[in-house]
Structures are given as structure tokens and as C-alpha cells.
Design a protein around this ligand. Structure first.
Ligand SMILES: *[C@@H]1O[C@H](CO)[C@@H](O)[C@H](O)[C@H]1NC(C)=O
Ligand SMILES: *[C@@H]1O[C@H](CO)[C@@H](O)[C@H](O)[C@H]1NC(C)=O
Ligand SMILES: *[C@@H]1O[C@H](CO)[C@@H](O)[C@H](O)[C@H]1NC(C)=O
Length: 620
């Protein structure tokens, strides 16, 4: 039945792609180009050149709109574990449904990679996960895979999932194949094999189909088949120019890959992003992270990487996938990649607002060279993102004033400048910020009713940063000595998407269940230096905990030269928040006269992901 349906569809889509001379010339030269070299990079630039060529045909009035395509389907909307949702309950971006059914906003940041079975391939995600990256798209598509291919892919997906990485699954080997029963059967086997894997992010069906002149009628049945087999994940395609409009009924996510450096200014990615935004589908950005060959004499500089990525955020992109990460080779400037890691850490701190919050409309700066966007976060604070897109070099003026409809602001901080306070004025309705940005610079302000400092639920709490809200270095909570475990893919991070107090919680993740695999966290000392705790006294220890799936264990070990307790306390979690409380008694005086260092250490001692909040120690 399935194949009958697709066959009818195929017949019912007359297209006029390549009908005009102009388009046909572009496509012929693409075919010649593709014949010369089958290197992946070269293939990409042949397709890209042709896509740009066809775009100029369109601009010159040579129409190529296919007719008779079905109306585009809405984004998948199934609330089952692993599903990817868009604008869930009014949120701005994507969300993912966890194993326990809980939906959390995501703004995945990651990269393309070339292979999955070379030695470095397995360590790449380990290296990047601590930099808050969470997405990879390996170029290992096959339409006629053998058993080893399936085995390698299964292993790759399993490890990705253990690291909380998502995999953008490439199906591009099918893009130019016909829709015969045998091709569709092979695609069905692949989708059915992988669709229940929790690491799958989206099905990446075509790479620059417009540039290659892939008839929409060739892709529509494949899209229909994927959506029928897996109603939980979106289908994506990448475009560098205006061709996406002709494929709207066979995609859910438009990827755009403007690679402007060094031929054009980094700020020109803004135009590319805006040109696809009008098509009404969520956008994923593929920023340039390569250069030095072909048409690109150099890769983007540090500030170009930063500006391009932030322009993606300002244009509401829902995911970011750099092209390309191949350690040592692309990008070959380690500090360009370091800047990408830094931006990734920043995005992780903005995810609750940019993906889970709502965008405030119609905010502009009084300077055309300053691009602005503002989002309301889950704690009602407002995140304001600004970028200087001036193209006059250092002469572009960077003075600006922005007005944000936000009453009663008590504080405005520059979030990635050590959360320092910024001057602002408020008339009770609108907050006005005046500041300066050098060209290419970006800045993130947070406007709050009350400043997120060392906010404590109980004034007598002796724990520093008990709600994990203080993090001067993006994503890394202040106030702990941490000891890495045996698995270098384990992570600890501030998470603004979920908490019981303040905006943030601490998230711990372990890829494997070995004891000692993950980080152990030793909170900053309690008690005044030189004045320890009272001896033989009772204290109440408490903390809130939640597991991603339930069944995870967090182990708390107190120091028996401070507290009269020997056994480690193992807390088994559920997927709901629960409080763990314990009464502790100090030893006889003197109790830690030189500061109570190492009074506690705790660690996730199973595999999985857990959150902690409101760590507290008070006199009982
Ligand atoms: C490469 O440069 C040439 C000459 O500037 C240009 O015509 C062509 O479109 C460029 N190709 C790509 C892939 O950017
Ligand atoms: C389908 O996959 C099988 C197994 O990998 C392969 O032998 C066959 O050639 C494929 N068929 C098509 C039409 O690609
Ligand atoms: C903004 O940039 C343009 C071109 O890059 C420049 O001509 C203009 O003077 C700048 N405007 C301001 C207010 O600096």
C-alpha cells in the first residue's frame, strides 16, 4: 500500500525545475563539476555553486517553481520519549521529550563529522560534551549498508546517547535515487532500525537538492515515507541559496549554510537567515568552521565565528551545526574552535530563554548597526542579546540605546562579563540600556527583578552557592572542587531549564555505570575560617534531587573528622524532585578550626543524568 501511495504521488507532481535555459546551464555546469572529483568538500562546492547560480536565475526572473506540491505538513507533534517538538506550549524553539515523558527545551549545538569508526571519532563527543555541545551529523550515509555499517552506527548512537548527544541522521545517500520499491524498502529498513533510538535528532534527507537539480518529485515520496514511519522526528535539508522554497512540502527543518568568509562580511549571514525565515519553517544554522582551500582562502576569525553564531540566535535558529569538526584539520585554527566552544557554553546558559522562553517582539536599537533580540525566560527575567553588525570596520559606531518593555527591573547584568552590573534606567514600564559595542562584538544582558546572587532559601544556610545560580564562567557552577572520574565523557553543568529554587540547578551526567566514572563534587568550605563549627551539635543537611529516568543513585560522603558519620549515604532517585534530609552531629570540639574543607563530597554513582538544587546545611 505504502509504495502504491508514493507512486501515485510521484505521478501527480509535475515540475518545471530546470525548465528554463538559465537553470539548465547552472545544472549542466554542476554535473561537469561533480564529475571531476569525488572528494566530499569538492562535491559540496559544486552543489553550492550551482545553487547560487540558480538563485541568480530566479533573481533575473527565470521561474522554476514546481507546481502541484502538497501543502507542507506541520512539525511532528507526538509526546513520546525521544520526540523532538517545535514551539511546544508557546516556547520559542525546540524541545525534546525525555524517557520519563518530561519535555525540556533544547538548542542543540554541534558539528558535522566525517566518519564514525576511526580512532578519534569515538573521543570527539567526549571532548566536546563538557563544552555543552550536544549534536553531531556524521557523513556516513549509505543506501545499501552492510552489517558492519549497522553495527558501527548502533555503537555510535549508543555512545552518543550515553553522552546526552543527539545525532542528526544522514539519509543523503538516498537523495538522488529513484522511488522504486527496492530503494524505498532499503530506506524503510534503515528508518525502522534506528527510529526508536533516543539519540536520533532528525532525518537529514538532502544536501543542496536545489543545486544538484534533484526534482522535488524525487524527494516528496521519501519524505512522506519517513514521516509515516517515524512521526516523532523532523526531516531536514540544507540550502545555501533561495532553493528551499521549492522543497517546503518535503522538509520540517531548513538548514542554511552561508559560508561568507573571506569573500563577504560575516554579518551577511543575516541576509541568508532572513531570506529563509519568510518560508515559515524552523531554521537550523550551519556556520562556517573551515577555510584555507577551494574558494575559501581562510577560515573565519575568532570574532567572525562569534558574530555569525550570534546572528543565528538573533534570527531564531533552533539548532546550530558547524561545518565541520575534524580535529586538527577543520577548523585548523584551534582558537577558532575554542571560540565556538565558548559560544556553545554561552548558549547553554541561554537555552531556557531562547528555546524555552518567548521572544519579545519589536525591540530595536537606535543604531542600525546593532542587531537586537530579547526573550522572556522561565523565571520572568529577560535576556537581551545584541551584536554589532557594522561593516565599516572599527569605524562602525557602536553606541546604542535599547528600550525593553520590562517593569520594575532591580538589576541588569552583563551575563558573560562576570555578571557585572550595567547602568540602566526604568520609568516603571520600560527599561532603557545605553551601552557600547565594538564591531563584531556580541553581548548578553539579563534584566531581573532581583539579582541572582548567592540566593539562599534559608538565611542560616551555610552552603555557598546552594542553588547553583552563580556561574561566572558560563555553565560552570562556582564554589566547588571537582574531581574527574574515570570516564572523560562525564559532565557537571549549570542547567537553567529546571530547578526548584532560583533559575538553575546542577546537572550531573555519567555515560557509564561504573562507580567512580563521574565527577565528584566537594562544595566550598563551611564555617568561618578559624572558627569551625560548634562541637557535638546537630545540623540538618538537605538537598533536592531528580533523575532523568528514575533509579539513578547519588552518593553523599561526609568527612568523619567533622561529622560523626562513617557510611556514605546512597540516595536512589525517581524522575520527580524529592528532598533528601539527614541530621548530622559534629564531633567534639575543636571541629575543623582551620575551615571545614572537604566537609562533603558527592557524585552520581550510576549511569544517567540527575539534577540537584537547594543544597543546605543549617544548625538544627
Ligand atoms: C568561487 O569563486 C568564483 C569566482 O569568484 C565564483 O564564481 C564561484 O561562485 C565561487 N564558488 C563558490 C562555491 O563559492
Ligand atoms: C538495498 O540494500 C541492499 C543491502 O545493503 C543492497 O544489496 C541493495 O543493493 C540495496 N538496493 C538498492 C536499490 O540500493
Ligand atoms: C552603520 O554601518 C554603515 C555601513 O556599515 C555605516 O555607513 C553607518 O554610518 C553606520 N551607522 C552608524 C550609526 O554607525
Amino acid at each position: 500500500m505504502r509504495f502504491l501511495k508514493t507512486a501515485i504521488l510521484l505521478l501527480s507532481i509535475p515540475t518545471s525545475v530546470a525548465s528554463s535555459h538559465c537553470h539548465e546551464n547552472c545544472l549542466q555546469s554542476a554535473r561537469r563539476c561533480l564529475k571531476v572529483d569525488d572528494n566530499l568538500m569538492v562535491i559540496r562546492s559544486c552543489k553550492r555553486e550551482s545553487a547560487n547560480c540558480r538563485d541568480s536565475c530566479r533573481k533575473a526572473g527565470h521561474d522554476d517553481n514546481p507546481v502541484g506540491l502538497p501543502a507542507p505538513l506541520p512539525f511532528p507533534d507526538k509526546h513520546v520519549p525521544g520526540a523532538i517538538l517545535h514551539q511546544h506550549e508557546g516556547a520559542a524553539g525546540l524541545a525534546r521529550v525525555g524517557q520519563d515523558g518530561e519535555t525540556l527545551p533544547i538548542l542543540p549545538v554541534g558539528y558535522y563529522q566525517y566518519t564514525i569508526n576511526q580512532p578519534h571519532d569515538t573521543t570527539l563527543a567526549n571532548e566536546e560534551v563538557i563544552h555543552s555541545m550536544s549534536l553531531t551529523a556524521p557523513y556516513v550515509s549509505s543506501a545499501s549498508p552492510d552489517q558492519k555499517w549497522f553495527d558501527d552506527m548502533d555503537a555510535f548512537l549508543d555512545r552518543a546517547h550515553a553522552l546526552n548527544f543527539l545525532v542528526h541522521f544522514q539519509l543523503i545517500a538516498f537523495e538522488t535515487l529513484d522511488n522504486s520499491d527496492s530503494v524505498m524498502a532499503n530506506m524503510t529498513v534503515q528508518i525502522n532500525h534506528f527510529k526508536d533510538h533516543p539519540a536520533i535528532f532528525a532525518w537529514y534527507l538532502a544536501d543542496e537538492p536545489d543545486g544538484q537539480g534533484i526534482e522535488p518529485s524525487l524527494l516528496q515520496p521519501k519524505y512522506d515515507l519517513i514521516r509515516q514511519l517515524d512521526p516523532t522526528r523532523p526531516v531536514s535539508m540544507v540550502f545555501c541559496a533561495g532553493g528551499a522554497a521549492n522543497y517546503l512540502s518535503m522538509l520540517d527543518l531548513i538548514m542554511v549554510d552561508p559560508y561568507p568568509i573571506p569573500g563577504s562580511h560575516a554579518a551577511t549571514v543575516d541576509d541568508t537567515l532572513k531570506s529563509v525565515a519568510v518560508l515559515g519553517k524552523p531554521i537550523m544554522m550551519v556556520p562556517q568552521a573551515f577555510g584555507g582551500g577551494e574558494n575559501w582562502s581562510r577560515g573565519p576569525s575568532i570574532r567572525e565565528e562569534r558574530l555569525m553564531t550570534y546572528l543565528g540566535l538573533l534570527n531564531d535558529v533552533v539548532a546550530i551545526q558547524y561545518f565541520v569538526r575534524s580535529t586538527g584539520a577543520f577548523p585548523y585554527a584551534p582558537n577558532a574552535w575554542n571560540e565556538i566552544r565558548k559560544v556553545s557554553g554561552e548558549i547553554s546558559m541561554l537555552t531556557s530563554a531562547l528555546a524555552g522562553g518567548t521572544r519579545i517582539k519589536d525591540i530595536t536599537a537606535d543604531n542600525d548597526n546593532i542587531s537586537v533580540g530579547a526573550w522572556t525566560d522561565r523565571d520572568d527575567s529577560v535576556v537581551l542579546v545584541v551584536a554589532n553588525i557594522g561593516q565599516e570596520g572599527l569605524k562602525s559606531s557602536g553606541m546604542f540605546t535599547v528600550e525593553i518593555p520590562f517593569a520594575d527591573a532591580d538589576s541588569v547584568i552583563s551575563q558573560f562579563e562576570d555578571s557585572e552590573s550595567v547602568d540602566f534606567s526604568s520609568d516603571g514600564k520600560t527599561v532603557t540600556i545605553m551601552d557600547y559595542l565594538r564591531n563584531y562584538d556580541t553581548r548578553v544582558y539579563r534584566i531581573e527583578k532581583t539579582k541572582q546572587t548567592n540566593k539562599i532559601t534559608d538565611d542560616d544556610n551555610m552552603v555557598y552557592n546552594p542553588s547553583f545560580d552563580v556561574a561566572l564562567v558560563p555553565g560552570i557552577i562556582d564554589g566547588n572542587y571537582v574531581s574527574p572520574g574515570s570516564d572523560d565523557g562525564a559532565t557537571f553543568a549549570q542547567d537553567g531549564r529546571i530547578s526548584t529554587n532560583g533559575r538553575n540547578s546542577l546537572r550531573l551526567s555519567n555515560p557509564v555505570s561504573d562507580q567512580g566514572a563521574g565527577f565528584s563534587i566537594a562544595p566550598y568550605t563551611i564555617g568561618d575560617w578559624g572558627h569551625g563549627l560548634d562541637g557535638s551539635s546537630k545540623f540538618k543537611f538537605s538537598v533536592n534531587l531528580k533523575g532523568a529516568e528514575g533509579g539513578e543513585e547519588v552518593t553523599f560522603s561526609f568527612t568523619n573528622t567533622i561529622f560523626d558519620i562513617d557510611e556514605a549515604q546512597v540516595v536512589k532517585l525517581t524522575s520527580e524532585w524529592q528532598a533528601f534530609e539527614l541530621t548530622l552531629t559534629t564531633i567534639e570540639e575543636p571541629v575543623c578550626p582551620y575551615g571545614c574543607r572537604s566537609w562533603l563530597s558527592y557524585a552520581l554513582t550510576t549511569a544517567g543524568t540527575v539534577w540537584l538544587d537547594e543544597l543546605s546545611l543549617v544548625a538544627a
